[in-house]
Design a protein around this ligand. Structure first.
Ligand SMILES: [Zn+2]
Length: 262
């Protein structure tokens, strides 16, 4: 670790890992009460310190959290790489029920519309993209593929979730009114007091056990409209490992939102 302390309100340091991996970090003193460690989206490491603490305290804090920082930085870097690499084009890898499928795109020169289907190994998109506004404009093929596949996913989501919810409602001895499929950034599902259920179409991207968790969770609200211990008791009764699933769902959610954008 090298440092260059000075009288300013900012300082730098470098975390050195085995095999020569080095992460520089930046420290800032400000009017705050606790030390905070932040990994920014560009994987920059920022430590915020209360004015009264020494730079050494900051360096010690960083060293103490060395392994945590490493894991977080790698995660951020990986997510960024995935986001930059992903395009809705022929050959791209997309998800269906937690499995990677190859996207195959065939562009037709004649005809209208688009067909999307799944073969087990891949998801095929066959059709003719609409012409771009005027003759000089190329159709935006990537946008067309994205919209076509998303629409297909939404249709899959409806059938899949209606079936799944019907099954779980029977097992749990409850009922529901209507199921709507939504395009939401942060919610996987919701349940109204009337028993109307909303589900995020991205549930078809997840492994089935995570979709099961979301369905059981929402049906659990048919017994308790809150997140009380009674509510979690109902969920646990049907999914004893629900805590694990909940955590996986959170991890998946971050990745999915990065790739599929919202
Ligand atoms: Zn809930």
């Amino acid at each position: 670790m090298r440092t260059n302390n000075n009288q300013k309100q900012e300082s730098e340091g470098i975390l050195v890992y085995e095999e020569g991996v080095e992460f520089p970090y930046h420290m800032i003193k400000s009017r705050r009460k606790t030390v905070a460690l932040q990994i920014l989206k560009n994987s920059e490491i920022v430590v915020r310190l209360p004015v009264g603490l020494s730079w050494q305290t900051g360096h010690d804090f960083v060293i103490k959290n060395k392994n945590w920082i490493y894991n977080q930085v790698m995660r951020v870097k990986e997510a960024r790489a995935m986001q930059e690499e992903f395009h809705w084009v022929d050959g791209a890898e997309v998800l269906l029920h937690g499995e990677k499928k190859r996207l195959l795109v065939y562009i037709k020169k004649t005809g209208r519309g688009v067909e999307v289907w799944e073969t087990g190994e891949d998801i095929r998109v066959v059709g003719r993209p609409p012409d771009g506004g005027n003759e000089s404009q190329e159709p935006d093929i990537e946008q067309w593929v994205k919209a076509s596949v998303e629409q297909w996913y939404k249709k899959q989501a409806k059938d899949y979730l209606v079936k799944k919810t019907t099954l779980w409602a029977q097992r749990m001895g409850t009922s529901f009114a209507r199921i709507s499929i939504r395009d939401q950034a942060t919610r996987w599902g919701s349940c109204s007091t009337k028993g109307n259920l909303n589900f995020n179409w991205k549930l078809v991207l997840l492994p089935e056990e995570l979709a099961d968790y979301v369905v059981v969770h929402e049906l659990g609200h048919r017994f308790h409209m809150d997140h009380s211990s009674d509510f979690w008791g109902v969920v646990e009764n049907y999914l004893p490992d629900y805590k694990q699933r909940r955590k996986q769902l959170k991890d998946y959610g971050e990745k999915i939102n990065l790739i599929y954008g919202v």
